[in-house]
Design a protein around this ligand. Structure first.
Ligand SMILES: NC(=O)c1ccc[n+]([C@@H]2O[C@H](COP(=O)([O-])OP(=O)(O)OC[C@H]3O[C@@H](n4cnc5c(N)ncnc54)[C@H](OP(=O)(O)O)[C@@H]3O)[C@@H](O)[C@H]2O)c1
Length: 333
């Protein structure tokens, strides 16, 4: 029997998930033992043309998604805290696994959703909320079995990194580099979240909660974007062997967590010095494994869908193992 899933939102990410499922059925069947069927898609605008197979169920009514019989998992790719939080809460209460790309929602309500998912015996995948295809959440979950993470430094916003790279390598002004980012589809028409550091701060919150199990007082955390940097400062840093990088940083120091999100001029010895263009990267300082750096596409249709589908596959395998374990525990000897 097919594994039934639904997709909430059919924009860049939702469409990537849909197409990823259609184009990877062979791999999914091999891993999960059954085909994956997209049993419903939730959108806001019923009139927009969608590139989906004929007969695909598309609705603007969430109740119709929730009513799909035998729904295993829901991929959430809509924007903002609400209605996503309400929708995901209801999916979990119904016994569906959820996989989300929505960082704004997860930075605010991640803890509540994780608690709720435990109560209802389902799993939440949130790899796609932070650094796109870069498997940082999974890496932290694996590492934390024994290691202690003492510091995380990340380039978590591809738009900012692209702008800083263009300002340095091609001597563009901030305005010219921002326009180029917009022309290439890397920046929104309203780029505030990206260039003011808010997007990176959201992702740092998610990483911090996972790595340290608590967070600093975010009201006191310095969050500064790249909008005030001049090309003169970038060129001066370059001449002295430094590069400006927008770095989200959290570290355990003297029993306290210290965090900041701001542009920093780093030397060539820094692990994030060579991370250029729209790439994201995260460097971890750990107690046993030493320093680890992961780098890759931080956003985009298929990199983000990749993170969500890998989460989905891992969650289904995990829940299958749990079922087998429970069944074998019941077999009389
Ligand atoms: N784009 C990326 O590369 C990327 C990477 C990582 C994470 N994310 C996160 O993934 C999420 C989706 O991003 P996106 O770029 O795919 O956004 P998008 O292209 O703007 O698509 C958003 C989708 O959500 C639907 N939607 C919005 N509000 C809704 C509502 N109230 N009820 C039902 N559907 C609603 C929209 O419906 P209509 O089509 O009908 O308008 C649209 O299909 C966001 O939370 C974003 O932060 C994005």
């Amino acid at each position: 029997m097919a594994i039934k899933v639904a997709i909430l939102g059919y924009g860049t990410v939702g469409e990537g998930v849909y197409k990823g499922i259609q184009n990877h059925q062979e791999q999914l069947i091999e891993k999960l033992g059954d085909a994956v069927e997209v049993a419903g898609i939730l959108v806001r605008d019923p009139l927009k043309k969608r590139d989906v197979q004929p007969g695909t169920f598309i609705t603007t009514r969430f109740e119709e998604i929730l009513a799909i019989p035998g729904l295993h998992a829901v991929f959430e790719a809509i924007v903002g805290k609400e209605p996503g939080y309400t929708y995901l809460s209801q999916c979990i209460e119904k016994g569906c696994h959820v996989i989300t790309a929505n960082k704004v929602l997860f930075a605010k309500y991640g803890n509540e959703l994780l608690k709720k998912s435990k109560q209802h015996g389902v799993h939440i995948g949130y790899e796609a909320t932070t650094a796109g295809a870069v498997p940082i959440i999974r890496t932290l979950q694996e590492l934390l079995k024994v290691n202690r993470v003492t510091r995380i430094q990340g380039i978590l916003n591809g738009t900012s990194n692209f702008i800083l790279t263009e300002m340095r390598a091609n001597r563009l002004s901030f305005g010219e580099a921002l326009k180029l980012a917009q022309d290439n589809g890397y920046a929104e028409a309203n780029p505030e979240n990206d260039v003011e550091g808010k997007d990176a701060a959201c992702k740092l919150k998610i990483l911090c909660q996972l790595a340290f199990g608590c967070t600093p007082d975010w009201e006191e955390v310095e969050v500064e974007g790249i909008a005030a940097i001049t090309s003169g400062e970038v060129q001066k840093a370059e001449a002295e062997g430094f590069r400006y990088k927008h770095i989200a940083d959290i570290r355990a120091e003297g029993g306290k967590l210290k965090a900041s999100v701001k542009p920093i001029a780093v030397s060539s010895a820094h692990p994030l010095f060579s991370v250029e263009g729209v790439d994201n990267a995260i460097t971890l300082e750990t107690s046993l494994a030493g320093n680890l750096t992961l780098q890759g596409a931080g956003a985009g249709k298929f990199p983000t869908a990749s993170a969500m589908l890998e989460d989905f596959s891992a969650i289904l395998e995990k829940s299958l193992r749990t079922k087998i374990h429970l069944l074998s525990a019941r077999v009389p000897v």
